[in-house]
Write a protein that binds this ligand. Structure first.
Ligand SMILES: CC(C)(COP(=O)(O)OP(=O)(O)OC[C@H]1O[C@@H](n2cnc3c(N)ncnc32)[C@H](O)[C@@H]1OP(=O)(O)O)[C@@H](O)C(=O)NCCC(=O)NCCSC(=O)C[C@H](O)C(=O)O
Ligand SMILES: [Mg+2]
Length: 287
């Protein structure tokens, strides 16, 4: 399996001069938004921008490009899907509340956004649908609908989606956006909370959030050293043909702990370097 993305960056579909900047941010996935970031009067133009960008993008862009379409239960959403479904690396479906809306989705892999009480309640069913390649929360919509003002309350909803994704064999769930683009400390703390809940990676709305998210999800030095120790002990035991693994301090570790340690070491290596900044021919810094 390919390593799951750590950083996802939204860019409004009606700001095509920002698409190249989004790619150059080093995000693993750039999401061109046709939904809530775009005013109704600019939605046709945003769709045209997305199509033009996707048609002209080079093969070696260095990141995936997804498109968040409008609600696929509406004519606009269906037209979005028809326009970008075959061009984007994946589509994101907003406000999914049941599997009914998924039946009509074909083409690119689909990520379902669970952003309402109904969506959270149906999370297991939605995550298990064959069309769905991943699920994520839309915490701004959820907080508005449920009048949630407290992160601990949101954590209950986050855990339900983490469970639904894992039970359906989907990739780990990335965190929803952190709306205050200037609050780096708050973003970092919130990412660490999410990481402890089993969420992995985060969706950003501004390029400056990308390095903060990478830092938050990078295993710490002590954690990495401990994981490397477990991996080394497991490899030593394998060479010696011994099943049980004991660490130098006498603690035994079993297969899931070794597997997790391997993931930690791989992630520490992956996030050690600064993000890749591809040169996008459609990026015109002066525009
Ligand atoms: C949040 C913003 C509106 C802020 O815009 P602005 O004030 O213009 O930003 P800056 O002046 O700080 O910009 C500095 C430079 O960075 C570039 N920039 C900014 N944002 C982006 C971006 N998203 N992608 C690419 N490049 C970006 C600017 O062009 C400046 O560049 P330069 O001129 O060269 O210095 C804005 O950041 C923004 O629009 N963000 C995305 C908003 C969005 O897409 N929202 C939808 C997703 S949110 C969501 O999904 C919620 C969910 O549904 C839920 O319910 O939870
Ligand atoms: Mg939303």
């Amino acid at each position: 399996m390919n390593a799951p993305p750590v950083t996802w960056l939204y860019v409004p579909g009606d700001r095509p001069e920002r698409f190249g900047k989004a790619v150059a941010s080093g995000a693993d996935v750039v999401i061109i938004d046709l939904e809530d970031a775009v005013a109704p009067v600019r939605k046709d133009e945003a769709r045209r921008n997305a199509v033009a960008y996707l048609r002209a993008r080079p093969e070696s862009l260095g990141c995936q490009v997804h498109v968040r379409v409008n609600d696929p239960a509406t004519a606009r959403g269906r037209d979005d899907l028809a326009a970008v479904g075959e061009l984007a690396d994946a589509v994101r479906l907003p406000k999914v509340e049941s599997t009914a809306v998924l039946e009509a989705v074909a083409g690119a892999p689909a990520y379902a956004l669970l952003e309402s009480a109904a969506g959270i309640v149906a999370a297991h069913e939605i995550a298990a649908h064959p069309t769905v390649a991943g699920v994520a929360l839309g915490e701004q919509d959820l907080a508005a609908e449920l009048s949630i003002t407290d992160e601990q309350a949101m954590n209950h909803l986050r855990l339900q989606v983490v469970l639904a994704a894992a039970a359906a064999g989907l990739p780990p769930v990335p965190m929803s956006v952190y709306p205050d683009v200037k609050d780096e400390a708050g973003l970092l703390a919130s990412c660490r909370t999410g990481r402890a809940l089993g969420l992995f990676g985060r969706t950003a709305i501004h390029p400056r959030q990308i390095p903060v998210i990478r830092r938050a999800f990078r295993p710490g030095e002590e954690e990495t050293a401990r994981a490397a120790e477990i991996v080394a002990a497991a490899e030593e035991a394998e060479r010696a043909g011994v099943g049980a693994v004991a660490l130098p301090d006498g603690r035994f570790v079993d297969a899931p702990i070794v597997a997790r340690a391997r993931r930690t070491v791989a992630l520490a290596h992956r996030l050690a370097d600064p993000p890749h900044h591809p040169t996008d021919p459609q990026h015109h810094p002066t525009t």
